[in-house]
Design a protein around this ligand. Sequence first.
Ligand SMILES: *Cc1c(COP(=O)(O)O)cnc(C)c1O
Length: 365
Amino acid sequence: MKWFIPDSIKAISPYVPGKPIETLEREYGITDSIKLASNENPLGPSPLAVNALRDVIGKLHRYPDGAGHQLTHRLARFLAVKPSQIVIGNGSDDILALLARVLLQPGDEVVVPHPSFLLYKATAQSASAVPVVVPLKEMNIDLEAMLERVGARTRLIFICNPNNPTGTIASRDTFESFLAALPSQVVVVVDEAYIEFVRDSNSFTGIDYLAANIAVVTLRTFSKLYGLAGLRVGYGVMPVELADMLNRVRMPFNVNTLAQVAAAAALDDFEFRERTLATVHQGLDFLYTELGRRGLRYFPTQANFFLIDVGRSADEVFEAMLRQGVIVRSMTSYGYPRFIRVNVGLPIENERFLKALDLVLKAVK
Ligand SMILES: *Cc1c(COP(=O)(O)O)cnc(C)c1O
């Protein structure tokens, strides 16, 4: 090639998303499949969001509000923060990219947990920064070990809370000691894509630390609890000075009109949120009981998904489940070759998952 592409870019592993249901059905010649692989909301999108979308369709010849005024102000009230502390993004993924562009120079270091969300590492590499990978400790993000890897070049630290794919959370006390020990040039990113599902009372949110000596950036999304993954809308909450910088490099229309309107409406959809939480929590308890009865090892979660140790090749189990029309995620690419990740579905989907699993575990040795 005649172009000069940095080695750090060539080193990025392509992100392999869960394939859309339609693609898998086409590839495997199956129909009526169910997807429990991408931690989406099994109830569909928030009905209030869908209604709001109908009202705005006739205005799509206009550019979106570049400042996202309504959504930002609605969020500020909801979170009890200032609008100037919020940056909206095309999914929370977008905020990751903005953080990299604002904070990272080639050779800077980014401390990332592993296994965790795979985009953190790619985010560092996209800015030619160096990912410093810190293994989990017994499925938990190891904040002490991460602290030990912080040096003069460290600019960013990623924490996924609850962690995808293990579903574990860090306790408030652990997080506070960690913050207190960090040097002031570091920015801590707490990715809270699943925070609303947490049942453990010992949890914390990064939003409570906006006034800390260390800059804490909290990422949230409308893709999970609010059922709007297809629209792409998320946000970061951070100190005003940092939000100002991100807003300078953000594309002026990064969040489209439909996404802004739907997200603002979904925030008001109290009924939908409660129904989603009930579905997820009851579904989890049901699956725990059923897996326990089968003597299968699983890892209790604070999110809407969890890991199951299938005791054999997760890739083979994934394939065999797929042939039964049940789409789960093999954790091989995360470094757990015998684990699958499953998100809670509707009750009927959870039943179908168990039925398929029973068949598959008899067939695959
Ligand atoms: C799903 C998910 C997100 C959300 O990403 P969006 O870009 O907002 O859809 C962020 N972080 C983690 C860990 C996730 O699993």
